[in-house]
Design a protein around this ligand. Structure first.
Ligand code: MN
Length: 454
């Protein structure tokens, strides 16, 4: 399964728009991507200075599109993600695939890498799925990292101290550089699997393959010891230096604010493989797609954890306004008045970066923020229903927190209806249904066009 096949499917659903006017990789394409957030997938066919290459953006830009990519409804989404991480499937390995159509010497300046924001350190690859193995070959890890272009053969990689960092430290301990495959232009299931964070040792390619019903194929890199999705558009083979570092940042992160400069390891690119006329996949940092990709796997983790402490979880939304990371809205069916507070505590432990949680009843739509505010307005009393936690480990990305120590304050809002008061007082008034009126409403809606939603 490839990005191309997914784009064809989306084109049939009229979810793709082709932009033929010339646009620059520096700010112009990011600006158009930003303006189309929540809408169709833009394909930029005329990239100034890069002949024969197209750029696609916002591929995983809406929740519904991710559901289509995984062939599930919104209701089935979390269970699909949870099942995939429990029923891991090793992908097949092939020796040739479209990505080997062109094999060439690295020149990063020939790739249409975007410069997104005014204050960014430079051009950044932001959609890359990076895979590497432990020195003894027993562990393979796949994750997404931002890469700053330093020159025609070198990148600086942001290594958050997680799994790839661990593999790099292991290689470094043996006096070696770490071989990596950097894949750009992959099916959304691969991006989603790479954005999830199963325990160290779990191979995210196996999760992606489970999500794709066994249709993920890998290819062994030509010059480094790493595997990449065989149906990727572009693969850079490289090595993370054991000792060379460069200044990385600033770059806008998930909060939409600039992340700080750091000294980070340098990647030497050794070989480049790509399809003929490849599609470069762009991803706008701090945009809706970034937030969705980061947030969705965490929503599944929260769903799973809260399901253990309350009778039923209806839905979870790590809202776009909350950066897809810091705010969760959870709807539950509660049995006792204490359930919502347990849900709050359980959500905080399932996703340690979470800062604010709102728990609502199942009749409130967690994706409709007006509805959520209505629940807070009519079902919440601050002296009874508010939970505040001080000096807790949180996100290092929140500029209002103690970013050095990642210490923050957290708040939970129980906006569920108290069981001690009569139910009627909290119920939403309804207007009786009428077939004739509904027909007219349908016609009106059709003439207005469907509003886009995340
Ligand atoms: Mn991992």
């Amino acid at each position: 399964m490839s990005l191309r096949e997914f784009l064809e499917e989306m084109e049939e659903r009229r979810e793709v728009i082709r932009i033929t006017e010339p646009l620059s990789t520096r700010f112009e394409i990011p600006l158009v991507m930003k303006s189309l957030e929540g809408g169709p997938i833009p394909i930029f066919e005329n990239v100034e200075g890069y002949e024969g290459v197209t750029i696609v953006g916002n591929v995983c830009g809406t929740r519904d599109r991710l559901c289509l990519a995984l062939n599930v409804s919104r209701e089935e989404l979390y269970n699909r993600l949870i099942d995939a991480s429990r029923n891991l499937k090793p992908p097949s390995v092939v020796s040739n695939s479209p990505v080997t159509e062109v094999i060439e010497e690295p020149d990063l300046r020939s790739i249409p890498i975007l410069t997104h924001y005014e204050g960014d350190a430079g051009a950044y690859i932001t959609s890359a799925v990076i895979s590497a193995k432990s020195p003894d070959g027993s562990v393979e890890n796949v994750s997404i990292h931002r890469l700053l272009v330093l020159d025609e053969r070198h990148l600086a990689i942001r290594l958050v101290p997680r799994h790839l960092y661990k593999l790099w430290s292991m290689a470094k301990g043996e006096g070696k550089d770490l071989d990596i495959a950097i894949a750009v232009g992959v099916h959304p299931a691969v991006s989603l699997a790479a954005a999830s964070s199963p325990p160290f040792g779990v191979n995210e390619f196996w999760i992606a393959n489970a999500l794709l019903d066994g249709k993920l194929r890998l290819i062994k890199c030509r010059k480094v010891d790493a595997y990449a999705p065989a149906d990727a558009e572009l693969v850079l083979e490289g090595r993370i230096s054991r000792d060379r570092e460069a200044t990385e940042g600033p770059l806008v992160d998930i909060t939409g604010t600039y992340d700080i400069k750091r000294s980070q390891p340098v990647v030497e690119v050794i070989n480049v493989m790509h399809r003929k006329g490849y599609i470069y996949q762009a991803l706008l940092p701090g945009g809706a797609e970034h937030r969705l990709l980061m947030g969705l796997p965490r929503e599944a983790a929260i769903y799973e954890a809260v399901s253990r402490v309350v009778p039923k979880v209806r839905a979870v939304n790590l809202s776009i306004g909350g950066c897809g990371w810091l705010h969760a809205i959870i709807s539950i069916e509660k049995q006792t008045d204490g359930d919502a507070k347990n849900a709050i505590l359980s959500a905080f432990s399932a996703h340690p970066s979470l800062k604010h949680v709102v728990v609502v009843d199942a009749d409130v739509d967690v994706f409709n923020l007006d509805d959520v505010e209505w629940a807070i307005a009519t079902r919440f009393q601050a002296d009874e229903d508010l939970v505040i936690l001080r000096n807790v480990r949180g996100s290092s990305l929140d500029p209002s927190a103690d970013q050095e120590r990642a210490i923050t304050s957290k708040m939970g809002i129980d906006a569920t209806r108290p069981l001690s008061k009569p139910r009627e007082g909290f119920e939403r008034a309804e207007i009786p249904r009428s077939g004739r009126a509904e027909d007219i409403i349908d016609k009106l809606m059709e003439s207005l066009g469907d509003p886009d939603s995340f």
